[in-house]
Design a protein around this ligand. Structure first.
Ligand code: CUA
Length: 366
């Protein structure tokens, strides 16, 4: 197609407008279409072959992953089409030497083309929206298959942790607070999602579903976990300095294990340790303290919260204990009131707290 530029009437030194008008306007449609089809097929094949998602652990997974595949199949050909036209145009209508100061010929748009390229994407987008809306609606309905009554879990986000509240047992009492998410397999779960401060987003990628935690309202979604295992719980809304460490674990377990686990959460037993110090070290690790704090003894170097080697040196048990259970009471300069969650009074068992305090006193003595 390069030779087409220099026919007799349209030599390179002819005015650009004339050259463009006279040049052979026929694009090589045949080869372009063939290349487009091949590129689309390859693109779609690649898009479907790539393993985009982490392991799936809920019955809602199939329809979400199918939606994603449909989006790939629908969008790759358009990507190829648009890219091909752009690349072809860049080459075909490029500026030649001597044309630097010239304007192109004045043209009027093509109404028919404009209608076509507006209407086709509009219909496609509408189709995808309807499909996605139906899928969303299906997923929000209580699933037909649940191996027992639906479990209701209240999920509360705050800077920078999640707390999971289970309904009180049959004998009444209070909700049970847990810092990890425990779920029985094959039972439908409804999450009521709330936040104490700013926007967060409750996301378990393995369940394929996520929803914003919005101040002042309760949002919800339901899934049915169907695979035993441990999966990350992620905050998916930028919520401040500690956003990246706002990660916990969803543990899907058998109904029996779940009942036992919930029992333990309600009546916490201390972490196993050789002595007080060992237990404290485990408590430091299992409560994620190192995600925010630097503590040389534990080998952690995070800077979201105060450096414990500095601020706790020479402090007594009472002060350290209070800093854990009521972190807003006395603040270290340069650290705001809401950086450390106020939930540890509820979620760290008494014995563990003692061991943790002892461990911190010992390891910061210097
Ligand atoms: Cu909470 Cu990001």
């Amino acid at each position: 197609m390069g030779e087409g530029h220099e026919t007799e009437e349209t030599a390179v030194d002819a005015p650009a407008s004339e050259r463009m008008r006279n040049a052979d306007h026929k694009a090589p449609i045949g080869p372009l279409v063939a290349m487009g089809v091949i590129a689309s097929v390859l693109g779609i094949a690649l898009g479907l072959l790539i393993d985009w998602f982490p392991v799936a652990a809920s019955t809602q997974e199939a329809q979400v992953d199918t939606l994603y595949d449909v989006l790939i199949i629908a969008s790759v050909p358009f990507f190829v089409l648009v890219t091909a036209i752009v690349l072809y145009s860049v080459y075909r209508f490029r500026m030649l030497p001597g044309e630097e100061d010239m304007d192109g010929p004045p043209i009027h748009g093509n109404t028919r083309l404009e209608i076509i390229w507006t209407a086709i994407p509009a219909v496609l987008m509408l189709g995808m929206c309807v499909y996605a809306a139906i899928l969303l609606d299906n997923a929000e309905d209580a699933p037909a298959a649940s191996a027992g009554p639906e479990l209701n879990v209240r999920v509360v986000g705050e800077q920078f942790t999640w707390t999971f509240y289970y309904p009180p047992g049959e004998d009444g009492g209070e909700e049970v607070a847990s810092s990890q998410l425990y779920l029985p397999i094959d039972r439908s779960v409804n999450f009521d999602v709330q936040t104490k401060d700013v926007l967060h987003d409750f996301w378990v990628p393995a369940f394929r579903w996520k929803i914003d935690a919005v101040p002042g309202i309760t949002t919800n979604y339901r899934v049915t976990p169907n695979r035993i295992g441990r999966y990350p719980v992620v905050c998916a809304e930028l919520c401040g300095l500690g956003h990246a460490v706002m990660r916990q674990t969803a543990v899907v377990m058998t109904e029996d294990d779940f009942a036992a686990q919930l029992e333990e959460v309600a009546n916490p037993q201390p972490v196993e340790g050789e002595d007080g110090a060992g237990g404290g070290e485990s408590a430091f690790a299992s409560n994620g303290c190192g995600g925010c704090h630097t503590l040389e003894a534990a080998g952690t170097s995070a800077t979201i919260g105060p450096n414990l080697d500095e601020v706790l040196a020479g402090q007594d048990d009472a002060m350290i204990s209070e800093s854990i259970t009521d972190p807003a009471k006395e603040l270290t300069e340069g650290f705001g009131a809401n950086i450390m969650p106020a939930t540890y009074a509820d979620t760290i068992p008494e014995e563990d707290l003692k061991a943790l305090v002892t461990y911190l006193v010992e390891s910061t003595k210097g």
